[in-house]
Design a protein around this ligand. Structure first.
Ligand code: NAP
Ligand code: GLV
Ligand code: GLV
Length: 330
């Protein structure tokens, strides 16, 4: 029997590809940049499985051009790049990979928090460019992390890991979430508060919601006004959760002190984006989950989800379980 055809939209780590190659006829997009729309359409013409990245926009037109497609396995937790209702309407399973990257992503968010608090990027730039002449009593003063208040917006898997890290720094932790999580409040000493109060009272605000219709531009001009002038904003969730034009104004005018972003709108951020001209904004290129071990685990998990679906088994991480419930045969 011919092996099912699978299209993988980038060179994911080897362990995931090896697993797929055992059972599938695998076509991998080999370039550094994502496949163009045409290449994606061509790759999907006969594919039964698609292993996509967050840089691939999977919409109705694309799904209609993929008559054999049974499963889209996204190499990410977030699946805002996929039109899930359109996949569901066509009986196509959509999988993501939650959990395996929570700690690694929280580690990066924590790095951004510390780097902003103590102005590491500015300090390194100062050293590299030969400006360091002496020890300065007022040089690069930042903000203490220990005993400060951390505001977590979105207390899911990654938000929870941030709360764990905050304990070691004796921080007070406020959180807001779509649903209140009283069990975590007792366990971790967290305080629930509405978004407005989290913004008003926190020294560090870290975003961990998915991007959806409720969270798009969750933080804009009005929200920056509610924040302290010493507040530091960390975004490792999705760029569009923040109104970036309003963020620029808030950082420029001193309405808030600092921002550190792993995600921008769009990605990559344009080289002439005004945010890049600000000393109080640190931006890294969407590397939240980018550790060797985690990226390997993500590749294996994305491959396992895809293989399960092609074998007619229920994938572990199903975004649209209704498709599985209503399946006739797959
Ligand atoms: P998760 O476990 O699903 O947590 C998301 C949390 O956000 C949930 O607790 C959810 O509340 C809450 N939420 C959803 N909509 C909300 C709203 N409108 N207002 C307030 N809270 C809301 O997801 P996760 O694994 O922590 O990942 C979070 C996001 O991080 C992903 O969706 C992805 O976009 C991003 N991410 C980025 C990177 C990176 O490389 N930078 C890596 C991994 C993930 P409920 O409890 O009510 O559902
Ligand atoms: C990365 O951003 C992810 O959602 O996994
Ligand atoms: C600083 O290096 C100090 O010794 O206070």
């Amino acid at each position: 029997m011919a092996k099912p055809k699978v299209f993988v939209t980038r060179l994911i780590p080897e362990p995931g590809l090896d697993l797929l190659k055992q059972d599938c006829d695998v076509q991998v997009w080999p370039e550094e940049l994502p496949p163009s729309r045409e290449a994606l359409l061509a790759g999907l013409a006969e594919a039964e499985g698609l292993l996509s990245l967050l840089t691939d926009k999977i919409d109705a037109v694309l799904l209609d051009a993929a008559p054999s497609l049974k499963v889209v396995s996204n190499y990410a937790v977030g699946y805002d790049n996929i039109s899930v209702p359109d996949a569901t309407a066509r009986g196509i399973l959509v999988c993501n990979k939650p959990g395996v990257l929570s700690e690694t992503t929280a580690d990066l968010a924590w790095s951004l928090l510390m780097a902003s608090a103590r102005r590491l990027a500015e300090g390194y730039d100062y050293v590299r460019t030969g400006k360091w002449k002496t020890w300065g009593p007022r040089t690069f003063l930042g903000w203490d992390v220990h005993h400060a208040t951390l505001g977590i917006v979105g207390l899911g898997r990654i938000g929870f890991e941030m709360a764990k890290r905050a304990r070691g720094f004796d921080m007070k932790v406020l959180y807001t979430n779509r649903t209140r999580k009283e069990e975590f409040e007792a366990m971790m000493g967290l305080e629930w508060a509405p978004l407005e109060q989290v913004l008003e009272e926190s020294d560090f605000i870290t975003l961990h919601t998915p991007l959806n219709d409720e969270t798009r531009h969750l933080l804009g001009a009005a929200q920056f006004k509610q924040m302290k002038s010493t507040a530091v904003l960390i975004n490792t969730a999705r760029g569009q959760i923040v109104d970036q034009v309003a963020l620029y104004e808030a950082l420029k005018s001193g309405e808030i002190a600092y921002a550190a972003l792993d995600v921008t709108d769009p990605e990559p951020i344009a080289p002439d984006d005004p945010l890049l001209s600000l000393p109080n904004c640190l931006i890294v290129p969407h590397i939240g989950s980018a550790s060797h071990a985690t990226r390997n685990r993500m590749a294996v998990m994305a491959a396992e989800n895809l293989l399960a679906a092609l074998k007619g088994e229920r994938p572990e991480n199903l975004v649209n379980p209704d498709v599985w419930k209503n399946r006739k045969s797959i």
